[in-house]
Design a protein around this ligand. Sequence first.
Ligand code: R5P
Length: 304
Amino acid sequence: MSDQYIIAGPASQGLAVKLARELSANVISTENKRFPDGECYLRINLEEEAELAGKDVIIVQTTGASTTSDQNQHIMELIMMISAAKRVKADRIRVVMPYLAYSRQDKAFRPGESMFVEELLRWIEHTGATEFYTIDIHAPKVLEVFTIPAFDLDPMAILAQECKSRDINDPVVICPDKGAYDRSRAFAGHFGEGVPVVQFSKKRDYKTGEITMEGDIDVKGRDVIIADDIIATGGTMARAIQIAKVGGAEKIYAVGTHPLLIGNAVFKLLKAGTTEIIGSDTIDSQAMQASMAKVIADAINKNK
Ligand code: R5P
């Protein structure tokens, strides 16, 4: 029997089971609820406390908001899982957080802000994590706050693979802002030789959140793939889709590693003219078409 135990956090149950299959590891579920006063409760479903003692424990919990819980609840559950694993004397506690909530709060954009993502990562390490894995983090630099090994895994090969199974002709990859350029370049490289990348220019008003985007392209008769890390409200993608439409695009694919799809994002993207929304299972959503289980398993296997 394997000495690796995957703990399936409430927010990543499907991905945890797929990861356990990739690693031929044991998988344990969790029990969670909210108390009447709002406090979170989380218990790893152990038969006895000694079960995880001395073991390689891998906790999988994403932290995007879902229809039933917000990101803050998922963070509390994660901290409780790490704390419980430490208390029952797991040897290694590897945290897999496929989507890192608060990752866009990595800078002080306005006076008086906190850069909270750094605090969150310190909390995870302080509670007992011995390794940290995430996927396509918004700003990789924040991982420097860790003193434990931390890995930002690249989903682009798998997302490109997923897109390749569509009937896509004469593709152009659009990158909706400067920050997404490396990601879009990597995606295009995996998609095929010589696939061009066009970068738009996006500005966000930090007070209102409003987006303005500029771009001018001639993609008449070509298919377009817009690649970004996060699709949250869908505002960024929708604007890029509109510009691609004006430029004469045929099919338009909205590709986002983390399809948060908040509120009416799906409506917004389809109405703007997207052919399909393609995302990964870092977030449980209707767009989770590509699984990151193998990418995570490969990274874990590298750190035996
Ligand atoms: C921003 O820099 C990110 O890379 C995404 O473009 C952004 O977070 C998407 O958010 P929304 O869907 O709300 O426009």
